[in-house]
Design a protein around this ligand. Structure first.
Ligand code: ACO
Length: 428
């Protein structure tokens, strides 16, 4: 609680609502009794002013461009830690010591295989299916394979399900890719890192030895860190809402994947690279900027703008740096990177983008790196889902273990017909 109160006058009657202060960031007005006291509900489509829960995982200051996981800045985490450390941090609350990290990595590594029957499940899909369509299906199907970790009232089962999801996502993502290119599935190999293993399952073939490139491994691990969690975004809120009914964790994560697929959310990295390729050369940039500013044109600059960041997305800064590292390591030059840099520069000097506080987000540069590594564009959102699984399970655990947790059930402003009498069909 905090000292300040918010007063509301309804039909001449003054009501007082307490405010609650978090550890950092804006206070919230506690309106839980509003409906009982006034018969009114709040109206906030898109939840722009609504805190749906309390959470100790991630803090964002959108005006300052700050992102913290359990208090640690994304810049420090992406520079100094590994995706497994960040996964531990988000799930357990603190950075692991050496022994804790080794044990966590051991546990995750031992869960990377999937039930053999799942491989036949894949064969029901068309070869040209979007891998996100496959992921929605197979991740949901995990609940049919791992019955022994679906009792959500048991904290041990909850943690086993969380480990399984984090561990099996790379295997399933690689299988989705292999299926689309008609190559055999590659089993995980336990002496590789989480990210190295994923690269090998994706890009190796049984006919040849595969060596993980450490620069690519590091870059992809960093990309996973940058995508690990982002507070109450659309897919995380979807996971929480699905989980609030008591649904099993595999079903909840499948719901999150479905939400992430949309072009306004996780699908933006694919859309951003497609856009940059369509622009193609720097001299075509002004035409696209003009289209983005035209109210009558639905076109938006993909990878630009964010619901929360009204400043540079700190993940985009790290991502831009990583593009340079990867292109240098692979000794390739991608003209699309120049288009991206110039587009960013022109947009950041344009009044429309300045006024609306539109900056590059995490998706603006990620496609260039993923494409340089060799991933086809339709796999980009799958990689996002793989990394975000860590955040999803951490939020799901946080929610289920909250004693005050209840089913999520928003209200509405009804705009349909008022009560009216039913007319038999011959009288209509
Ligand atoms: N290009 C051009 N104009 C834009 C853009 C853009 N990328 N983004 C927002 N605007 C404009 C809108 O037209 C609107 O203008 P108006 O006030 O004149 O109507 C204003 O900026 C505010 O935009 P909203 O859509 O109301 O902002 P909201 O917070 O709802 O949307 C969103 C945020 C969905 C991310 C939006 O900026 C967008 O569509 N960006 C492109 C897609 C994208 O990159 N998504 C990835 C988000 S990050 C992530 O999911 C990892």
């Amino acid at each position: 609680m905090s000292d300040s109160k918010v007063k509301l006058t309804v039909d001449g009657k003054e009501l007082e609502y307490a405010t609650i202060a978090g550890s950092v960031g804006p206070k919230v007005v506690d309106i839980r009794k509003l409906y009982a006291q006034t018969g009114m509900v709040t109206y906030d489509p898109g939840f722009t002013s609504t805190a749906s829960c309390d959470s100790a995982l991630t803090y964002i200051d959108g005006d300052q461009g700050v992102l913290l996981h359990r208090g640690y800045s994304i810049e420090e985490l992406s520079e100094q830690s590994s995706f497994m450390e960040v996964a531990y941090l988000l799930l357990r609350g603190n950075l692991p010591n050496k022994g804790e990290l080794d044990s966590f990595v051991h546990t995750i590594t031992r869960h990377t295989m999937v039930h053999e029957q799942l491989s036949t499940f894949f064969r029901g899909f068309r070869r040209d299916a979007h891998p996100m369509a496959i992921m929605c299906g197979v991740v949901g199907a995990l609940s049919a394979f791992y019955h022994d970790s679906t009792d959500i009232t048991d904290p041990v089962q909850r943690m086993i399900a969380s480990h399984r999801l984090i561990a099996k996502m790379p295997t399933l993502a690689a299988m989705a890719y292999k299926y689309s290119v008609g190559q055999p599935f590659v089993y995980p190999q336990n002496d590789l890192s989480y990210t190295g293993n994923f690269l090998r399952m994706t890009f190796s073939v049984p006919a040849e030895e595969y060596e993980v490139n450490p620069v690519i491994e590091k870059a992809l691990d960093r990309i996973f860190i940058l995508h690990a969690d982002h507070e109450q975004n659309a897919s995380t809120s979807t996971v929480r809402l699905a989980g609030s009914s008591g649904a099993n964790p595999f079903a909840c994560i499948a719901a999150g994947i479905a939400c992430l697929w949309g072009p306004a959310h996780g699908g933006a990295n694919e859309a951003a690279l497609n856009m940059l390729r369509e622009i193609g050369t720097p001299e075509r940039i002004p035409a696209y900027i003009a289209r983005a500013k035209n109210k009558d044109d639905p076109f938006r600059l993909m990878g630009f703008g964010h619901r929360v960041y009204k400043n540079y997305d700190p993940r985009a800064t790290v991502m831009q740096k990583t593009v340079r590292e990867v292109l240098t390591a692979l000794n390739v030059s991608d003209p699309i990177f120049d288009v991206a840099l110039q587009l960013e520069d022109m947009a950041l000097h344009d009044d429309y983008f300045i006024e609306k506080k539109l900056f590059p987000n995490v998706d603006f540069y990620s496609g260039i790196i993923l494409s340089a590594i060799g991933f086809p564009t339709d796999m980009f959102t799958v990689l996002f889902a793989l990394a975000r699984t860590v955040g999803w399970v951490a939020h799901w655990n946080e929610m289920i273990s909250d004693p005050e947790q209840k089913i999520g059930r928003p209200r509405q402003l009804y705009t349909g017909p008022a009560p009216r009498a039913y007319l038999p069909v011959e009288k209509r």
